[in-house]
Design a protein around this ligand. Sequence first.
Ligand code: ACM
Ligand code: ZN
Length: 542
Amino acid sequence: MMLIAVATAVAQENRANYRVVPLPDRIDGIKDADFKLKGTTLVDYPTGNRDMERNAAMLSLYVEDLTGMHLSTRPVNTGNNHDCISLQLDPKMAGDEDYRITVTSRSVIIAGKTPAGVFYGIQTLRKSIPVVGKVDLVLLPAAQVAGSPRFGYRGMHLDCSRHFFSVETVKRYIDIMALHGMNRLHWHLTDDQGWRIEIKKYPRLAEVGGWRNGTTLGHNSPVNDGIRYGGYYTQEEIKEIVRYAADRYITIIPEIDMPGHMVAALTAYPELGCTGGPYEVWGMWGVAEDILCVGKDETLQFVNNVLDEVIQLFPGEYIHIGGDESPRVRWQECPRCQQRIVDLGLKATDHQSVEALLQGWFTTQVQQYLSEHGRRMIGWDELLGCNVDTTATIMSWRGAEPGSQGAMQGHDVIMSPVDPLYFDYYQTSKTWNEPTAFGGCNTLKKVYDFDPVADDLPADKRQHILGAQANVWTEYITCEPQIQYQVLPRMAALAEVQWLHPEDKDYQDFKKRLPHLVDIYKLYNWTYRAKSLIVESEDQEK
Ligand code: ACM
Ligand code: ZN
């Protein structure tokens, strides 16, 4: 009797559960026996399709991580074999990233219109498998499971300027994104505290601008650690990371922040500033008054030359040019910038200074340059105050309202409002046992409840909201476990914001599904905020 009871318990533990995060749109049971996933199960993919071959290899690795079983992959010309997981392309499916998993006792078919859709099906199947150590059998209940993302832009951001993170750390961040069904990595590569991308035409950017002499402790305390700090990614490393991301259907959007947040570049090339310097790569946090001098033609040439190399490295459609937090005090004092204003005939309006219009002119030059090279520009929502045209995509950070206003004007918009999508903010109001964070309080529930499309946004403007992204600024984040702690499990909540329609979201249900996802975090030794799992509301935290 005892033995039978134990055997049953084990068998139940090894049963897949398709109610993963993000929740599939449909899970329809099929009257059939379970599919038996065993070490002899093959992963079939269409012969000659490199993307599907890689998908198959990745599924095999995931299953091995989860169960210890090593599934062999097999190129096939027809998809209908027994005892296999068959990866298939189905041109009749609706959306490029939609997936459909059909499990019968005979086989598992993971279908997508594109290899990306198949990849999301693979992620769903992966997440449905229990994490119970080495096993030689997992039962997959017969069912049809389907999912389709609500938004095409499902992003995470990572600031590698304030602190610098290794290629391995960035790759793991990409792995975490893939697990959560995300597809855009906004990579913040330049700022006052460090220039992190090798530019061959301007080697001092990385060699000089990539290093600071010390870092303030905490929130701009009077104590500076005096430790030289820095690093940068070579172009070869960047290509490797771009490839790694692309293999996981993640497009990297590089950000070269301009005209502000440029002290590292000015330290390397002081002639690009209004005063000519000297400048020093910052070891403190905040907004610097020294920005690019846009009165000089050389500055525009510099920006174009840098972008030439950036464009070569990043094949995605979008380049992010920042545009946030650019004080204009230097421009007000600079004869060249003032001359530019005169030459352009800029005239202040009730809401726009001539210097704001000068930023608009500069940004438009950059935008045109990108457009001539087949690229589109993203900038922070400050650009809405600078007269840029509606081909600029706006990233809304100072709340969601600027984004909604941008959408009303006809801009495409990505929502990443500080509240609740800044993941460098605290996850609780009880902060004393938390690692130092920027401030604020963006709980798991607040993230979950966020809707990127405001209720009052008219129906004909809604398509301008491309999606949502969480931002991870790293002033106070110094190491990889701390990055992971800040993003996990909030990324799980964001994944449901990005994939599910509001009527399908249910926080209590999400909380029930979350522990299994966390089992996968544990499997990979990722750090996460365990307290977010156990408390129903942050007020209950002691
Ligand atoms: C920003 O947080 N300065 C975009
Ligand atoms: Zn100037």
